[in-house]
Design a protein. Structure first.
Length: 132
């Protein structure tokens, strides 16, 4: 029997639960540190599992990417991830938003990064205003 997109996946993992959570959500937040010019292996596994998903679960959703790293925001690795993620999100039919937080616990901790804190608060305000 061929796998159909409207059936549960032949892989026996938690992806069916993830798909249900995505279908029920208005906003999806994904977070990762920058590792060798891409997202963490754990997030990459989730992204890879989106490929056979029925993409209609992403329609009308906003996917936010929160990325951290110890390098300055002009580091090419962040742009590679942002561009790649924007393509993936577009492919599944969702709306992409990006929040970059350059943070390193020794050199510039996030709790001292007022710009990042203000940006996160603005995202929260936007979401709150859309829900009303």
């Amino acid at each position: 029997m061929l796998h159909q997109q409207n059936e549960s996946c032949v892989q026996r993992d938690d992806m069916d639960l993830v798909k249900k959570a995505i279908a029920a959500a208005d906003y999806i937040f994904m977070a990762t540190p920058l590792y060798w010019f891409y997202v963490s292996a754990q997030l990459k596994l989730v992204i890879d599992r989106f490929y056979p998903a029925p993409y209609d679960i992403f329609k009308g959703k906003t996917i936010h990417l929160i990325m951290t790293g110890q390098f300055s925001t002009d580091d090419i690795g962040y742009q590679i991830v942002k561009d790649s993620f924007a393509s993936i999100v577009s492919y599944v039919g969702a709306d992409f938003r990006y929040l970059f937080v350059s943070a390193h616990w020794e050199t510039h901790p996030v709790w001292e990064n007022q710009a990042a804190i203000d940006e996160a608060k603005e995202i929260a305000r936007q979401i709150d205003s859309q829900r009303k």
